[in-house]
Design a protein around this ligand. Structure first.
Ligand code: FAD
Length: 357
């Protein structure tokens, strides 16, 4: 089936993070594309901790969908269900598709407009500026990068980071975790491992926090930096139910097609591809899925579909403006050299260029 108005094949992309945004941009000249995302923008996520200490960065890292997606329709809502032929949204729309690309990554609770999101970053900055002591809950990439930004930009403030696991950054190897821990402690960040902060019994404005072992931490403000859950519940109880694994990931084949489906693809962090969940890999998925959708739209043979080759385990976690810890396949390094790769611009310029903005 094709669109009644344009005669083109109908493509629906669900989720406008970096993966869905790049897929929608790549397909907009080839089909009648609808992008479903609850917000008018996407964020260059890996620069978000810098925006808390320098809110003007948000102007560049928060990108409105309309700036790169100029030849399609944005349905500003959340997908709540999917049938063989339509995606259903929270606003009550039923959007038909010939090809579907699922890119719903993680659930977020961000405001709808860019200006509201920028106000949030400004508010975070104001909070940081007026605090003497700051508690960070969570020692994954967000918590560690925020601690690094604070240690460099606000060295006079007392920063405490509490992580539930026994090592920081448990998505990378133990060497990288240790190097990040040493870097943070050398900058006077207090790191407490293997404990949870009890936020249930904590009330707003209270400056005392209790950990799971009864330790007390006093902090003027806190940031909750625990990873967000995957957003696949909207697919459950739908025709794609069987493609969601026990961890909430969408199972895909080597062509990035959803298990058992010929016209449905999944890309980015939501997939079960056995590799690190990284934005640069999500972009590779988006380009490959777009290529395959185009091939099928043009009547190409299945045997010509491109196959995805799993990415290597490269991760760079910035530690302030000049340094970083990097895990490459054969080595792990900390300091200014990995910092040169990521920490100054945090790939904002590179990502904006990819998106043509
Ligand atoms: C602090 C930090 C640093 C990082 N550093 C790097 C780095 O240096 N390099 C790197 O490559 N990666 C990095 N990453 C990882 C990278 O951010 C992710 O891999 C990437 O953002 C995944 O993109 P995505 O589009 O798959 O998912 P997401 O970014 O999670 O986007 C999902 C989108 O789908 C939307 N959505 C969710 N549910 C629905 C629904 N039901 N209907 C419609 N829309 C929905 C969401 O609102 C969101 O817009 C970092 C991550 C963090 C947190």
């Amino acid at each position: 089936m094709a669109s009644e108005t344009t005669g083109e094949k109908r493509v629906v992309v669900v989720g406008g993070g970096i993966a869905g945004a790049l897929a929608a941009k790549s397909l907009q000249s080839d089909g009648d594309v609808v992008l479903i995302d609850p917000k008018e923008y996407f964020e260059i996520t890996w620069a978000s901790m810098r925006a808390k200490v320098e809110p003007s960065v948000a102007e560049r890292m928060v990108v409105k969908h309309k700036d790169y997606f100029t030849n399609g329709r944005l349905a500003m809502s959340s997908a709540v269900g999917v049938t063989e032929t339509h995606v259903l949204t929270a606003d009550g729309e039923s959007i038909p598709y010939d090809y579907l690309v699922i890119a719903t990554g993680h659930n977020d609770n961000f405001p709808k407009t860019k200006s509201e999101r920028m106000e949030q970053y400004q508010a975070d900055y104001n909070k940081i500026e007026s605090a003497d002591s700051i508690l960070i809950i969570g020692g994954g990439p967000s918590g560690v990068e925020l601690a690094g930004e604070l240690a460099v930009d606000f060295p006079g403030k007392k920063v405490t980071l509490v992580h539930s696991r026994l090592r920081l950054l448990d998505f990378v190897g133990a060497k990288a975790s240790k190097k990040a821990l040493d870097w943070l402690t050398s900058r006077k960040v207090e790191v407490i491992l293997g404990q949870l902060v009890d936020l249930k019994s904590h009330s707003d404005g209270d400056k005392t926090f209790k950990t799971s072992t009864g330790e007390t931490i006093v902090a003027d403000i806190h940031f909750f930096c625990v990873g967000r859950p995957l957003s696949s519940s909207w697919i459950k109880d739908s025709v794609l139910n069987e493609a969601v694994d026990a961890r909430g990931r969408v199972m895909v084949d080597e062509h990035l097609r959803v298990k058992g489906r010929k016209n449905v693809f999944a890309i980015g962090d939501i997939t079960d591809i056995p590799e690190m969940k990284q934005g640069y890999l999500a972009q590779k998925h988006a380009l490959l899925a777009a290529k395959n959708v185009k091939l099928l739209m043009d009547g190409g043979k299945e045997s010509k579909l491109a196959s995805y080759k799993t990415g290597s385990d490269i991760a760079i976690i910035s530690l302030g403006r000049k340094e970083a810890v990097a895990q490459f396949p054969f080595t792990t390094i900390v300091g200014c050299i990995p910092g040169l790769i990521k920490s100054k611009d945090l790939f904002i310029g590179k990502t904006r260029k990819t998106m043509g903005v």
